[in-house]
Unconditional design. Sequence first.
Length: 350
Amino acid sequence: MKKSTFIMISYFSYFLLSLPFTDTLFGQDVFVSAFKGECSITYNPNNSRYLVGGSNDYTNFTNSPPITRNAAHSSLDGGQTWSTEIIALPPNYTNSADPSVDYDSNGNVYYCFLALNRDENEKAIEGGIFVYKSTNNGQPGSWFNPVTSNNGAIESHLGSTTLHDDKPWMIVDRTRTPNRIYVAWTHRIKGNSGNDRGQLNFAYSADGGNTFTTPKTIDDAPINFQDPLETIFAHGVSMTMDPSGDLFVVYLQDTLKSNLPQVDRSTIIAMKSSNGGVSFLTLPPVKSGLTSLAGSGSGVIRKQSFPSVAVSPTTRLCACSVGKQRQRTPWKSRYDSFYSFNRFRSDVDK
């Protein structure tokens, strides 16, 4: 019976943990690009000097309506120099955001993102999930959409007034189900209580991104029929894999009440799949009873309590989040970074 340990740290820590130890782990900072945010980074498993990053581009964010795009950043010399380009939009979309990037074992790199439009109130609507591919280490001009069905989308809601996708995350399996591409995201449904309901959807590709499985809901954000003012919202998903091939999905689940402030009703949820994303087991909560960050602050475009997750080479699973917890002694009105341990059997759902 194999056991693992569940703790909390950042996604980029996995990249650092995978590097050979030297006395000079950090070097001189390198400027990549300005007016960017929500960054993601990966490296080629066949040549770790090939790096690819994704980010939101806010160059035209002050327009009316605001415009966000996705930028791709690539380096062939271990991050000393970088090339940057704006990713092309899918047809009928005006904005894009929320990137994640990853390589497969053959050296192909994938770029997952949200495409969206904005309504007359500048609110994001009609979101769709897309994955682009590069066979040339993300160099400018090499990105293309390999998806051959559903107008190139994994899921899309063009023309819908009630559905919208948001905040996807992607990871590529380089273990026992090689090169399978996993994508999870929030599926927003307009609610009657003043809050949108947020399900967590999931799909995967087993053919290099040409086709994806029909999206399935792995957290249906159940309706509380006893309390019509309450809605569940699952968002901020992050994923990682351990060396044995187990897939871990970690995200923030908020219990929202339109008549109450969001206090002590957020939970960091963890799920695990040991069969290539076919089915999932819900693990004990990573952290519960949190008051999560939400909204925008002075000088900050967005602040949220979304978790980040990674796994070390020694199969220690790691995640992190920020929030308030009233159980602290003494209670202080501030936000903390949480570091938790959960133990579970890794073979329980095989």
